[in-house]
Design a protein around this ligand. Structure first.
Ligand SMILES: Cc1cc2nc3c(=O)[nH]c(=O)nc-3n(C[C@H](O)[C@H](O)[C@H](O)COP(=O)(O)O)c2cc1C
Length: 200
């Protein structure tokens, strides 16, 4: 009786397949989320994006090697703006060193990139999320295709260097004035990125 009860367990183990989990259909490193921050707001938005995508990790751009960045097929890149009105190095975070450091040697041809900016349209209405436009310029110069443009409707700013052909060149968030809209904006944007071909 004792032997009979044990037998099914032994048989099951002996004939188990070599793997026990469902094989992944996508490469492990298809899409990476990269951000930099001074007071934490851009990290908050990166967190909303991580939640909407289900990706395991978010990367501080100041703490990664070039090869980590370029190892992804798609990148979601976020920056705040601190250097108001500057022509270059508008973010005031690690992005400034990265964009004019190792990024200048990076080959981003074939990469799909989406950009998010974080700023304050109330106090900096003439320069809302300017650094996002700089990311767009540098990353497209390196050969990347940028997707995920959004409408400027629903914002109250006067000007922004992140506008291309009448649209924001990515998702813009404002944790100072519209923090209650950010999570929903991020979730809607990720759905759009999926439809537009971000290789999740
Ligand atoms: C001195 C200073 C300059 C700023 N300049 C701008 C600006 O030019 N454009 C903008 O949209 N926001 C500007 N901001 C607002 C920040 O970008 C905003 O608070 C952002 O959420 C900060 O993100 P972080 O916490 O990720 O660093 C500025 C804030 C300060 C205090």
């Amino acid at each position: 009786m004792f032997t009979t009860l044990l037998l099914p367990t032994v048989v099951t183990t002996a004939f188990s397949p070599a793997y026990t989990t469902t094989p992944r259909l996508k490469p492990l490193n298809a899409v990476g989320i990269f951000y930099s921050t001074t007071t934490g707001n851009t990290e908050t938005i990166a967190g909303y994006i991580q939640e909407a995508t289900g990706l395991d990790e978010i990367y501080d751009i100041g703490s990664v090697e070039a090869s980590t960045f370029t190892g992804f097929d798609g990148m979601i890149c976020g920056a705040p703006t601190w250097h108001t009105g500057a022509d270059e190095q508008r973010s005031g975070t690690s992005w400034d060193d990265v964009l004019y450091g190792w990024m200048q040697e990076a080959d981003l041809s074939g990469k799909t990139i989406a950009i998010f900016g974080v700023g304050d349209q109330g106090s900096y209405a003439e320069n809302f999320c300017d650094a996002a436009g700089e990311l767009y310029d540098v990353l497209t110069e390196r050969g990347a295709k940028v997707i995920g443009f959004t409408s400027t409707d629903g914002y109250d700013h006067d000007d922004s260097k992140a506008i291309r052909d009448g649209m924001f060149c990515g998702l813009m968030c404002d944790e100072d004035n519209q923090y209650d809209l950010s999570a929903e904006r991020a979730s809607t944007w990720i759905s759009k990125l999926k439809a537009d071909g971000m290789p999740f």
